[in-house]
Design a protein around this ligand. Structure first.
Ligand SMILES: Nc1ncnc2c1ncn2[C@@H]1O[C@H](COP(=O)(O)OP(=O)(O)OP(=O)(O)O)[C@@H](O)[C@H]1O
Ligand SMILES: [Mg+2]
Length: 888
């Protein structure tokens, strides 16, 4: 291990020293001098690398010597570590405390029982998690990202750019980055074109920052500022492209050094919130129970500390210690079924539950509701008349922004423009490309700087982008072949004309140009001013074939849909209308101004479409919806969707989304088919229903038992239940409840968002807990009566047996009568729940009569008891069914 451990600030570790002397130290970027402070040449020399990339052999050797590019925290967790980790569960912690108290008062029986409970639940849980973890890793593998790496077959060969798994990167590799790529390691930029990166994961900064190559390091005093010529693992490319040199990988990256724990999880998810709410209420109860039992026994029956083991057993009886096991089993089963048959990959288990709880889903438009395969419909001048020259200029812009990029990532609009203009015989090669400012989603513009043939000393800026943004940078307009000043009235006329065009569902790409005296220095966004407006290219982007059905399904399932798009409000509204989603009030992000928090949520609540959103606007809206108490999903596929994907309760993206979106999303839809969403929501709601069902039924029956134990403890001269009995009962209950994980959902259970509301659960538990306690007390009565009438032997053993039978039978009845799932559509077929219920009932009836009974201090009750018990149970069943209808 010492071989791969970096020593930040220090020299190489002694075990590496020899290798370093022989080969140069490829990791000097981290262990030696700061890679930001060297010139490019010095750095390349230190890393024993070159601008043409490593050879396959060099890369292989470095991979073996320094390890894969994986942060230690992301390696799979070993089984024993999972076991220890599961001890940190709050229920387990409380159980352990109770066990320690029992041991302290030398109540070895109780302590032993508690230890067995803890170990069994931790074993089951860690085993389940381990399995689920492996399944999840397999699923994540399906959507793993790659990096474009430039390598050579051998020293003489030309470099070839290949897609490699990110973990194969080594220090010294030369990689290419394009929009939507994840920065796979810490890199020094060799060349960059219009590069901006999101580094929110590292610096918390939400807007993309510009990065550029620098041959010589900046002034030494700039040390504190972010180096503009380095990009770090964990950030992502918002716009532009670059060629870069890998300077640190794996555990040596800045991100891994700053986040030694498991990878980020933004804020608490909806699932965590509800489960924590319930868990902490229960834990408060559990901690209160022993002192209360002690005091009641002391006050009413004059008993002393001798009741402590019993008091502890009562508290233990309240614990749903299998909750984590059931949660993991249910979610893992749901997720793998969804991956197998539903075409949906859930990357983070609790996200399945959150899927079921979503009550508002925000979508982007392009690529989600539409196919993102635009086709040029027309090319018009500033009068609205057909004019192929506008398309011509657009194609010059598209061609040269792509040609001058480090990693040409053809945007669908650029492709459409190039396709259409080729048919017109446009020839962008008739110009020379000078510089390019690739499409920047924040400014909604792309600029190419070209030189017309024969015009030395002059440069032409060709600009295309959103109509509002392009017009905002124009001072003149070309009308009928001559240029005129762009008056305010003219600007308004053009915006109106564009709105009319957009209302027809077309996407618009406005085009402008400007002549400038030639210059040597780089061009920047600030140079894009004083343009002459030419017109626009209108493109048609067909609707996604399954989008209409998917929106319908969402509405039927009680999910509100909001469209957050970067496109024109008119285009977005028309797409919605065509899909059968009434857009109502259409807002633009500009209208929302600086609103945030509740006022923003209120404004968005009324709207269905918010257009002209930047990436930050989308995230801001999602955050406001979440803060207003809605469980919010976000579905998007582009770079401008990443912040929103990370902000939402559940981030969803299609398989074809850009790498960062796939990396950041919790759920990936395997194909373009949006109806998979419906299957995902159903599966999520079903899982939530199962977990809620387990909690409700287990807690109700536990509470009933605890109340009955308290009453019996005060009424009887002996302990109403031995610790061993508490254990056996709990285990039987929990094992039976696992059957729920295999139950089919009932239509009613998946109709609306499945939110686990702690208050509702606790109210339900109180009602059914009291009912259960009433049934127990009635049983005590008939038991005493039966013993008395049949004149048979009484005493603790008979009482224990009678109660044990009744407990398991009432539990079986609750499972059957209060469940929300159905085994099969008709509800006729025998399903797993029926089997579990039968097993529970048989065990309850036969165990007290079996040879095992004496070990649990049980003895068969008189036959009369069974007859009377049947009457009590019949009454209980009627009450349960009636109350179940009311509270379900
Ligand atoms: N390659 C490009 N060159 C120039 N302008 C572009 C380019 N791509 C998009 N635009 C302009 O920027 C606008 C906004 O694009 P953006 O990518 O932010 O949103 P979108 O993809 O249309 O919508 P959504 O957010 O629904 O995916 C487009 O309407 C278009 O006018
Ligand atoms: Mg998009």
């Amino acid at each position: 291990m010492s071989e791969t451990t970096a020593t930040p600030g220090g020299g190489p570790t002694p075990s590496r020293a020899a290798a370093v002397r022989a080969h140069g130290d490829p990791r000097a970027g981290h262990g030696g001098a700061d890679p930001a402070r060297l010139t490019t040449l010095e750095l390349l020399r230190r890393l024993a690398a070159g601008p043409r990339g490593l050879t396959a052999e060099q890369a292989e050797e470095r991979l073996v010597r320094y390890g894969e590019n994986v942060a230690p925290a992301w390696r799979p967790v070993s089984w024993p570590r999972r076991f220890l980790g599961s001890l940190r569960d709050p229920f387990t912690a409380v159980l352990l405390c109770l066990g320690l108290v029992s041991a302290a008062i030398a109540s070895w029986g109780t302590a032993g029982v508690i230890m067995v409970l803890v170990v069994v639940s931790c074993l089951l849980r860690s085993g389940g998690e381990h399995q689920a973890g492996r399944a999840m890793a397999g699923l994540r593998e399906l959507v793993a990202t790659t990096a474009s790496v430039q390598r050579r077959a051998d020293d003489g060969a030309a470099p070839v750019v290949r897609e490699l798994p990110v973990d194969q990167l080594v220090v010294g590799d030369v990689i290419r980055l394009g929009p939507g790529d994840l920065v796979p390691a810490d890199v020094r930029l060799l060349r960059a074109s219009g590069l901006t990166v999101h580094q929110a994961a590292l610096t918390g900064e939400s807007v993309p920052v510009a990065k550029y190559a620098l041959d010589a390091p900046p002034d030494a005093d700039d040390g504190a500022a972010e180096p503009p010529h380095l990009c770090f693992q964990g950030s992502s490319v918002a716009s532009g492209s670059a060629t870069a040199l890998v300077v640190a990988t794996g555990a040596d990256t800045r991100f891994a050094a700053a986040h030694p724990g498991p990878a980020r999880r933004r804020t608490e998810s909806a699932f965590d919130r509800s489960v924590h709410g319930i868990a902490w209420t229960l834990i408060r109860f559990m901690l209160l129970t022993p002192p209360l039992v002690l005091m009641a026994n002391a006050a009413l029956r004059g008993r002393g500390l001798s009741t402590l083991p019993f008091a502890i057993a009562v508290a233990v009886g309240l614990t749903p210690e299998m909750l984590p096991v059931i949660v993991t089993a249910t979610l893992a089963r749901g997720a793998s079924a969804l991956a197998r048959t539903g075409g949906v990959i859930v990357k983070r288990l609790p996200a399945l539950h959150d899927l079921g709880a979503i009550d508002v889903l925000c979508l982007d438009k392009t690529g989600t509701l539409t196919q993102d395969r635009p086709v040029v419909a027309r090319s018009v001048d500033a009068r609205g008349a057909d004019d192929p020259d506008v398309l011509n200029w657009a194609s010059v812009g598209s061609f040269w922004t792509l040609e001058l990029a480090e990693l040409p990532a053809p945007d669908s609009l650029d492709e459409a423009v190039l396709d259409a203009s080729a048919a017109y015989g446009a020839d962008p090669l008739a110009y020379d490309g000078i510089a390019a400012l690739p499409f920047d989603p924040a400014h909604r513009l792309a600029t190419a700087v070209v030189r017309r043939p024969g015009t030395y000393g002059r440069h032409t800026l060709v600009v295309k982008g959103a109509v509002e943004d392009v017009l905002g940078r124009c001072g003149r307009v070309r009308l009928d072949g001559t240029e005129a000043a762009l008056t305010e009235g003219e600007r308004r006329r053009l915006l109106d004309l564009a709105a009319t065009e957009a209302a027809g569902g077309l996407r618009l790409l406005a085009v402008a140009h400007a002549e400038r005296p030639a210059r040597g220095g780089p061009y920047g966004e600030r140079d894009v001013r004083g343009l002459t407006f030419l017109g626009w290219v209108a493109l048609r982007d067909a609707l996604a074939p399954t989008a209409g059905a998917a929106l319908d399904g969402l509405a039927r399932r009680g999910v509100t849909v909001k469209v957050l798009t970067g496109d024109h409000p008119g285009t977005a509204a028309r797409a919605c209308r065509d899909l059968g989603l009434e857009p109502g009030e259409v807002l633009t992000a500009g209208q929302l101004g600086a609103l945030s928090g509740p006022p923003l949520a209120a404004a968005v609540e009324r709207a269905t479409v918010v257009a002209r959103c930047t990436a930050q606007d989308k995230a801001r809206i999602v955050a406001a919806l979440r803060a207003s108490g809605r469980t919010t999903g976000f579905l998007g596929d582009g770079v401008n969707d990443l912040p929103a994907l990370l902000t939402a309760d559940v981030g969803i993206c299609p398989r074809g989304a850009v790498a960062v979106a796939r990396e950041g999303a919790d759920v990936v839809l395997a194909d373009k088919d949006l109806t998979a969403l419906d299957r995902a929501l159903t599966a999520g709601r079903h899982s939530s229903g199962t977990i809620a069902g387990y909690l409700r039924i287990t807690l109700s029956s536990n509470l009933g038992n605890v109340l009955a134990m308290l009453a019996a403890g005060l009424l009887l001269p002996f302990l109403p239940m031995l610790p061993a009995q508490v254990l056996v009962q709990n285990l039987c209950f929990d094992a039976a409840q696992l059957a729920y994980a295999y139950d089919r959902p009932a239509p009613a259970a998946v109709r609306g968002p499945a939110v686990l509301r702690p208050r509702a659960v606790l109210r339900y538990v109180t009602v059914f807990g009291l009912l259960n306690a009433a049934a127990d007390l009635a049983t005590f009565g008939v038991l005493a009566l039966a013993v008395h009438l049949s004149d048979g032997p009484g005493g603790p053993a008979v009482f224990h047996a009678g109660w044990f039978t009744e407990n398991l039978l009432t539990q079986a009845m609750m499972m059957l009568l209060l469940r929300t799932g159905r085994s099969a559509p008709g509800g006729r077929t025998i399903g797993p729940v029926h089997l579990a219920v039968t097993a529970l009932a048989v065990l309850g009836l036969l165990l007290p009569l079996s040879p095992l009974a004496p070990a649990l201090d049980m003895a068969a009750p008189p036959p009369l008891y069974y007859a009377l018990l049947a009457a009590v149970l019949a009454l209980y069943a009627v009450t349960l069914t009636t109350a179940g209808r009311r509270y379900a």
